[in-house]
Ligand binder design. Sequence first.
Ligand SMILES: N[C@@H](CCC(=O)N[C@@H](CS)C(=O)NCC(=O)O)C(=O)O
Length: 211
Amino acid sequence: MPKKLQYFNIGGLAEPIRYILHYTKQDFEDYRHDIDTWPDLKIKASLPYGQFPIYEEDGKVLTQTLAIAKYVSRDTELIPDDAWQRAVVESAVYTVFDYWKNVTPYFLEKDPVKKEELKKVLFDETIEYYFSRFSKHLSENGGYFSGKLSWGEFVLTGVVEASNLFLKIELEKKYPVVGATVEKIRNLPGVKEYIKARGVYKLPAKFDDKK
Ligand SMILES: N[C@@H](CCC(=O)N[C@@H](CS)C(=O)NCC(=O)O)C(=O)O
């Protein structure tokens, strides 16, 4: 049975998984639900935890971005051989997600006053806190979390791209070390061709408070 990844018609949390699948040359169905018409309550109720991404293989379903990204990286060089380095990569991706958990409450907030409060903390403190540390970690390890290419840099790249889209910023400009890693991932064989074919993502109208 073919592999299938289900998410929305944006990059978001699915993009690092898509990048890994393309880089490692795995065939999969890239099924995209329309984010503008979400939630489809029937589909939502059918999902194990009501959210995407989900990954299906041989009639089994896996949830959680990090579990899926690690699973699809198995048996490739994207998982370090050394147990300590494997743990370092996992520590890094959990930290990238700690950062991301500060971003979603901001772009999901509807109340303009609360949104402004969240924005201030996010833009004035949280981004600098995490990205100065990601920059240090990467620059001390040759632009990677564990000294060589791993699934961790794919996760970072997806979260940087999602941040840029949803926050209307360019993290790479302020954090060039992170930017260099992101560029490396975006230019990997398989990833580069996929990005060219899929084009540029637009911020979904429902998340654009200027509209
Ligand atoms: N911890 C989960 C979070 C999943 C998540 O937040 N999914 C969002 C999209 S990024 C979603 O499905 N939102 C639609 C909904 O909750 O109805 C993961 O990493 O996969």
